[in-house]
Write a protein that binds this ligand. Structure first.
Ligand code: 13P
Length: 250
């Protein structure tokens, strides 16, 4: 079954408005001819509005890095789906290991945020991944599958078919240590099998699973050849137009 590749940049806490707009403007012509890949730039809240404006009419979709499950109210520091929809944001990165490790994000929170985003027409990019300790203990598949099962609680099979999952082994994030293609494929395959088990084969065949962790222009081609890897979530290399466009145009 052919799934449309999706390559997303996760800018994390980088880029002011001016820098973000400059990056989008540099990126636009470099990815304009690519009709085969969904291209996404996920950015800090402060520059979403400006980069959405800059990306108008291009094939770059804009994503956020967080969203709350409540519609509005006393949730200091949070952002609602209505606020993102007003800007035209189409995706949101949820459950990133940095949110989990530094800001107390839980499986339950990831589930609530994901369901609210989906219900509001914003596609969640749901992240999962194991620490080096869990990798070395050999329980990484159980760990990742448990994260995904929790994140997908309450979704229907038809809804799950439209979601995006990003497998990001924590030991490979920002370390220059990419997982081998076999390691990425092993876990992405296990995630797909878990989706088939919890939902159905159609949902498993349709859901798109990205790999993330030190993805670079030099590594993307082989990665994309893995049958269960449908794209990438790119951190550091998404901050340079030349590198990110080379990844998109693999
Ligand atoms: P790097 O590509 O910088 O390793 O970051 C990966 C990541 O965390 C993307 O969400």
């Amino acid at each position: 079954m052919a799934r449309r590749p999706i390559i997303a940049g996760n800018w994390k806490m980088n880029n002011t408005i001016a820098a973000g707009v400059k990056l989008i403007n540099e990126l636009k012509p470099l990815v304009a001819d690519n009709k085969e890949v969904d291209v996404v730039a996920c950015a800090p809240a402060t520059c979403l509005s400006a980069i959405a404006e800059a990306a108008k009419g291009s094939n770059i979709a804009i994503g956020a890095e967080n969203v709350h499950w409540e519609k509005s109210g006393a949730y200091t520091g949070e952002i609602s789906t209505e606020m993102l929809n007003e800007i035209g944001v189409k995706y949101v990165v949820l459950g990133h290991s940095e949110r989990r490790d530094y800001f107390g994000e839980t499986d339950e929170g990831v589930n609530k945020r994901s369901r609210a985003a989906y219900a509001a027409g914003i596609t969640p990019i749901i992240c999962c991944g194991e620490s080096l300790e869990i990798r070395e203990a050999g329980t990484y598949i159980d760990h990742v599958v448990a994260q995904i099962n929790a994140a997908l609680e309450g979704f229907t099979a038809a809804e799950v078919a439209e979601l995006v999952i990003a497998y990001e082994p924590i030991w490979a994030i920002g370390t220059g240590k990419t997982a081998t293609f076999e390691q990425a494929e092993e876990v992405c395959k296990a995630i797909r099998e878990a989706v088939a088990k919890k939902f159905d084969q159609a949902a498993a065949d349709a859901i798109r699973i990205q790999y993330g962790g030190s993805v670079k222009p030099a590594t993307i081609k082989d990665l994309m050849q893995q049958p269960n890897v449908d794209g990438a979530l790119v951190g550091g290399a998404s901050l340079k137009a030349a590198d990110f466009s080379a990844i998109v145009n693999f």
